[in-house]
Design a protein around this ligand. Sequence first.
Ligand code: PLP
Length: 393
Amino acid sequence: MKINENYKKLEVSYLFSTIAKKVNEFIRNNPDKKVIRLGIGDVTRPLCKSVIEAIKSATDEMGTFEGFRGYGPEQGYDFLKEEIQKYYARKNVSLDLDEIFISDGAKSDLGNILDLFSTDNTVLIPDPVYPVYVDTNLMQNRNIIFLKADQQNDFLPMPDESIKADLIYLCSPNNPTGAVYNKSQLEKWVQYALKNNAVILFDSAYECFISDSNLPSSIFEIEGAKSCAIEFCSLSKTAGFTGTRCGYTIVPFELNFDNMSLNKMWLRRQTTKFNGVPYIVQRGAQAVFSEKGQKEIKENIEYYKRNASLISQTLKKHNIYFTGGIHSPYIWLKCPNNMKSWEFFDYLLQNIQIVGTPGAGFGQNGEGFFRLTSFNTCENTKEAMERLDNLLT
Ligand code: PLP
C-alpha cells in the first residue's frame, strides 16, 4: 500500500490555532480585560424565521408516511433549483434547471470539481487567497502559478498574457481582501479564458454583500462566460447556513472540451460520489428565496454591512489603506508603520484587546496586511473601533 504522497506537500496551517493560543494566553494573564474578536470568518446571527418555519414543517412531513422522503435526486430537488433559476433570472442570467447542482456548500464542490480536470493542468491562483484552492490542487499534484494581488492592483489582479493557465480561480467579493471585480475587469478574464481554452472557477460565496447593481454578482453576467466558467455559490454567508450546509454550483451546458460535456461529467461525478443535501435543509434553503425570506436575510446582511462601514470609517479617518468593507464582510488593511502581520496582531491584542487575522496566513502577499471582519455584534464593533481610534490617535 502506498499513500497519496501529495499530502506531504501540504503545509500545516497554524493560522487559527496560533491565534487561539495567543488569545487564550492573553485572557489567562489578563482576566479583567474584555477581548473583542473581529477575526471571525463565520456568521454570528441566527437563521431567519422563514427558514426555521420551513425546516420545522419539513421535519414534521418526514415523520408521516405520506411526507417521508428517502434518497432524493443527487443534484437537488426541483423546488429549490427553480428558486435559484428565478434568482439568476433577476440578474438577467438564464439557466436551465439541469445546469444547477445543489450541494452541501461551496467548499466541497470547489474541491470535488477537480475530479473533472487532468492533473497535467496548470492552475492560476491569486495570492493572498482562501487556502482551499491551493490545498485541493496540492492534494492532486497540479502545477500552481500564483498571481500577485497587492496594493498596486488594489488586490484585483488581472490576466497576464505571458502566463498560460488552464484553470483559474477567481473569488469576488474576495476572501480575505473584500475586493470586488467590476464588469470590465471580469470581461478581460473571460476573454483570457476563452483565448486560452481555460476554465474559470468562480467563487461567488459573498455575492449577497454586493449592493451596487453595476457590479457583477455572477460571472454569467459577462458575455461568453457560459463557455468558460463554473460558478460556486453558497447560502453560508447569504443566509447563515454555515452550520446548516447548503450551496449550489452552476455548470453551463456550453462547457465542452475534448468532446466531453463538463455538465454531464459533473452529473456523473455527483451521482456516483454524492447522495444529495437533506430534504429538510433544501426546504429551508427554498425559504431563503421567498419574498419574506429575502427580506429577512437582507436585514442580517445589512447588519453586518453596518459593522463593516464602522470599521472602514475608522480606517479612513486615520488614512490607513484598505480594501473591502463595502460589498463584503471583510476589511483588509495595511498594517500601520510597516508592521508585519503578526506584529500588528500582537500590538492590537496587547494594547486594545482586538483580535483580527494576520494577512500572512493567506499567502506570501498577505504579509504586512490584516483582515478584520464584521461578524460581531454592532455594540462590540463600535467599542472595538473606539479603542482603535484612540490607539491610532
Ligand atoms: N469560498 C470562500 C471564499 C469562503 O470564504 C468560504 C467560507 O468561508 C467558502 C467558499 C466555503 O463556503 P461553504 O460554507 O459554502 O462551504
